[in-house]
Design a protein around this ligand. Structure first.
Ligand SMILES: O=C(O)Cc1cc(O)ccc1O
Ligand SMILES: [Fe+2]
Length: 438
């Protein structure tokens, strides 16, 4: 197999910066036609092809499409056949239960048998409808082998990947992304890729977004800067595989996996331009804003990316990070308040301790507080935070995140029966004392 650049040290990969920019990149000089997208004959004998991630007619501010110049048009492939993937499910979840109970899981174990990124996808829950292009699915991935002769594409949604353990080298149609815990990657809908595991094993979370592509939230009165700044989103530069041998291409389509044997690599894009691709973001770059007076602001202030719906403010999914930050609120209960929320909240932990839970919410684990389910600090956290001296305090060495969504997350049987489900999550609030002095 020949590639444009053999695996290089992680830090040496090149990127192009800017969220949603009209990026352009060529792995071979002259591969990108100038002045038009589809010349009579594309340069270097390449085929021109458009990838439309939004309807042709969507407003400019939303429109996502890229032009790629590849060795063979994507159309050159044989028939797809369905393959089994019993743990990778879609909405509506078969046998799923919309459950008001709060759930918490420990980290899932890594597979004992070799499993690549696709084999290791296991669905926790989903909402909406995969065929209606609304809702999300939430998966864990646990992988112990790299994808070498196998490629994946998700026609059902874009993939927001949150690594918790081990780095990922994502070889995509648009080039390579190296992503490690603390960073996130988004693979655009239907972008073909394969996942290499530089550390030999990997675990993390995936939000499969069936709805509108993730975008940056509006900033309103915050102003022109802040939260996740557009220039910190990094896109790959073109890098192609020129490979003429049998490989398997797996696509997720309509909630099932389908496979076809190609006689070449689908990562044969020599040049591209556009704004539909894959990108990564380092959460350490998140400009955390908070109170400098009193009270605990709502966590929407920590939104990195949002997938909007037609109802303003009601996200299909928000991706929110609880990153290191200073707490300075005066006369304030500083951790997350007790609350009930019509939106549903799935949380994961990449590292450290989350400030609402003294213990039990562990890296690689997860919690689900569905629509209106009452939650908030555990007993120990309340005791400490309600009596602490309110000096400026740095929350450090931690990264929790939330996928917040307008519909309840319907859990899979596998998630409800998992050995790593904590049996008695409710008890974390049992010790909350009665303090009423009447
Ligand atoms: O439940 C959670 O821990 C997430 C959360 C955090 C916060 O700071 C305020 C509200 C909220 O739902
Ligand atoms: Fe919450």
């Amino acid at each position: 197999m020949t590639t444009t650049d053999e695996p290089r040290a992680r830090t040496e990969l090149e990127y192009a910066a800017g969220f949603g920019n009209e990026h352009h990149s060529e792995a071979v000089p002259g591969a990108l036609p100038s002045g038009r997208n589809s010349p009579q004959r594309a340069p270097l004998g390449l085929y021109a092809e458009q990838h439309s991630a939004t309807a042709f007619t969507e407003p400019r501010a939303q429109n996502r499409r890229s032009w790629v110049y590849r060795i063979r048009p994507s159309a050159a492939h044989p028939r797809f056949r369905p393959i089994d993937a019993p743990r990778l499910l879609s909405a509506p979840v078969p046998g799923g239960v919309a459950d008001p109970n709060r759930r918490r899981w420990n980290a899932p174990p890594l597979p004992e048998r070799p499993a690549d990124f696709v084999d290791g996808l296991s669905t926790i829950g989903a909402n909406g409808d995969v065929l209606q292009r609304n809702g999300i699915a939430i998966h864990w991935y646990t992988a112990t082998t790299s994808m070498t002769d196998r490629y994946f594409a998700d026609a059902d949604g874009e993939l927001l990947i949150v690594p918790e353990l081990g780095s990922l080298l994502l070889h995509t149609e648009y080039g390579k992304l190296f992503v490690e815990p603390g960073e996130i990657a988004v693979i655009g809908r239907a972008v073909r890729f394969r996942v290499e595991l530089p550390d030999g094993r990997a675990r993390g979370y995936v939000c499969e977004n069936y709805g509108r592509p993730f975008t940056l939230p509006e900033l309103g009165p915050i102003g022109a800067n802040g939260l996740a700044n557009p220039r910190d989103f990094l896109y790959p530069v073109a890098a192609y595989e020129d490979r003429e041998e049998t490989v398997q291409v797996v696509q997720k389509f309509g909630g099932r996996l389908w496979a076809a044997d190609y006689d070449h690599s689908p990562l044969d894009v020599v040049a591209w331009h556009g704004n539909h691709a894959a990108y990564k973001y380092d959460t350490a770059r998140f400009n955390v804003l908070g109170t400098v007076s009193y009270d605990h602001p709502d966590p929407s202030l920590y939104t990195v990316l949002t997938s909007p719906t037609d109802t303003p403010g009601q996200a299909n999914a928000d991706f929110v990070v609880f990153a290191p930050r200073w707490l300075v609120g005066e006369d304030t209960f500083r951790p997350p308040y007790y609350h009930r929320n019509v939106m549903s909240e799935f949380m994961g932990l990449v590292k450290g301790v989350y400030d609402a839970k003294a213990e039990g919410f562990v890296p690689g684990g997860a919690s689900l507080h569905n629509m209106w389910s009452a939650h908030g600090p555990d007993a120990e956290t309340f005791e400490k935070a309600s009596t602490a001296e309110l000096k400026p305090q740095k929350i450090d060495d931690t990264l929790a995140f939330m996928f917040e969504t307008r519909w309840p997350v319907v859990t899979t049987e596998a998630a409800r029966e998992a050995a790593h489900l904590q049996p008695d999550y409710d008890s974390v609030w049992q010790g909350v004392r009665r303090n009423f002095t009447g």
